[in-house]
Design a binder for this molecule. Structure first.
Ligand code: SB7
Ligand code: NI
Length: 182
């Protein structure tokens, strides 16, 4: 079972490396990593389990965050009465909107213990191509909050942290073409 001690913290070089593609069809080892990651995220959202194991709540996780430099990610959350639950291998953003979007409350990260304030502008809509846990190709269209979470996770596979996107001169600068998500 994954615990907070398994979460790699900011400063560890694995968070700055480009993760390696995994083989398709998936190795049993990689399937198990995705299963462990999804269980961790679900546990982190379960009040009782989270309290018992001191888990910080998260909506997603990328393999480099548990020290594994492979292109594996999970997201799991409800939004607008819809469940967004994905376990993805080798995800790629194949197209995105010109429109940008950002969360009014900024972003956080399980690998970053401090609060870092500022807007994190991202693409408002994205289309992702990936392989699911069975090795089947999938194409996923997301907009708004789900698109933001997915971009946060895909960034981890490319060695990018959320705060890299925050404007250095004015953390609350609103880029043109960007809409706020409350
Ligand atoms: C706020 C939080 C997340 C994504 C977008 C906005 C995910 C937090 C958990 N993670 O650190 C996952 O990488
Ligand atoms: Ni993160």
């Amino acid at each position: 079972m994954l615990l907070m001690k398994d979460i790699v913290r900011d400063g560890h070089p694995v968070l700055r490396k480009k993760a390696a593609e995994v083989t398709i069809p998936p190795l049993k080892e990689d399937v198990e990593i995705l299963e462990d990651m999804l269980t961790f995220i679900k546990n982190s959202q379960d009040e009782e389990i989270a309290e018992k194991y001191h888990l910080r709540s998260g909506v997603g996780l990328a393999a480099p965050q548990i020290g594994i430099s492979k292109q594996l990610l999970v997201v799991h959350f409800e939004y607008d009465d819809q469940l967004y639950s994905y376990q993805l291998m080798n995800p790629k953003i194949i197209s995105h909107s010109v429109q940008k979007a950002f969360l009014g409350g900024g972003e956080g990260c399980l690998s970053v213990d401090e609060v870092i304030e500022g807007y994190v502008p991202r693409n408002a809509k994205i289309t992702v191509r990936a392989f699911d846990i069975n090795g089947n190709p999938v194409k996923i269209r997301l907009k708004g909050y789900p698109a933001i979470v997915m971009q946060h996770e895909i960034d981890h596979l490319n060695g990018i942290m959320f705060y890299d996107h925050i404007n250095k001169e004015n953390p609350f600068h609103i880029p043109e073409n960007a809409k706020i998500i409350e």
